[in-house]
Each structure stands twice: as structure tokens, then as C-alpha cells.
Design a protein around this ligand. Sequence first.
Ligand code: FES
Length: 116
Amino acid sequence: MNNRIFTVGSLIPGRLIVKQQAPVPTEIPKPKTEEMIIEQNGNKILIQPVKGNLLDAALNQGKPINYKCRKGTCGQCTVRVVKSPGLSVPNTLEQKKLIKEQLSNGYRLACQTEIL
Ligand code: FES
């Protein structure tokens, strides 16, 4: 409730003091900690991590990821994991298909990677 009392003097033009409210700070959006970021062919893709296969998670969320065999042999689903809460260790198919340097730089076969 506004308890402000106006007097005759306060209504004289130029004497009315209006307090300006301090600007409300705009909140800086925090990045969602649960969000997962992968990259394929230079395209960054955001995924909400759900337990299960990475390729299926992306496709179920309407995220376009190239893929073909789903068996770990074609390499079409190769992605670079930029940020992830937790993934399975590369399996033998990934170790065969991807070179050691790719694996150490976060590249994975989406069809063979499990989100933990
Ligand atoms: S879809 Fe072929 S290796 Fe993943």
C-alpha cells in the first residue's frame, strides 16, 4: 500500500520528486547442466541426455544425425562429444572404426555410444 502523502507544495510543478526504481537486473540464463552437446560435420547439436543409445536419443528428440548401418561399421554416425554428463567407454567396434587420435579428441560412433 502506498502511504505517500501529497501536500500542496508537492504538487507544484518541478517540486514533485519521483523516485526512480533501480533497473531490475536481467537474469543471465544459466546453461542447463544436464544438456549434452555433440557436433557432427560442424553442426552443434543439443541433446537432453536420456539413458540409452546416443543415436536413438538424438533422433527421438528430432535432432538430425547422419547414420546408416547402426552396427558400428559405416562410420556415418561419427560425432564429437563436446559436453556430456556421462557416456560408456568406447567399445571394440568404435576402437576399430575410429583412430586413436579421434577417440582421444572425443569422437564417438553415436550408434555404439550409451548415455549413462
Ligand atoms: S550408423 Fe554406421 S557406424 Fe553408426
